[in-house]
Design a protein around this ligand. Sequence first.
Ligand code: FES
Length: 108
Amino acid sequence: MRINDHPILGRAKRGRLVKFALDGKKMTGFEGEPIAAALMAQGRKSFGTYGKRGTPRGLFCAVGKCTDCVMTVDGLPGVRTCITPLKAGMHIETQKGLGEWKLKKKRK
Ligand code: FES
């Protein structure tokens, strides 16, 4: 679900529709919106699991101050998806605990 016309902020301004991958599954979102927003709009609420407990975690503060929304983005673990803009072709993965470095070829 997306808010298209907010009573205080007005109509949403969005970038172009782009494709990205979540755990290998193709998805779409608007370029420049936070990754977390693109995922939430498609019904995704769990972004990873806590290391020790293994319980799910997701959006909490939504302003980049905790780390509950971290995911592995283009091989880099610990990316705060609530403040990271979505770009075309991103590879986003659910992160377990601290995650693993999976750096691949650098994207342009
Ligand atoms: S939800 Fe707290 S840093 Fe993203």
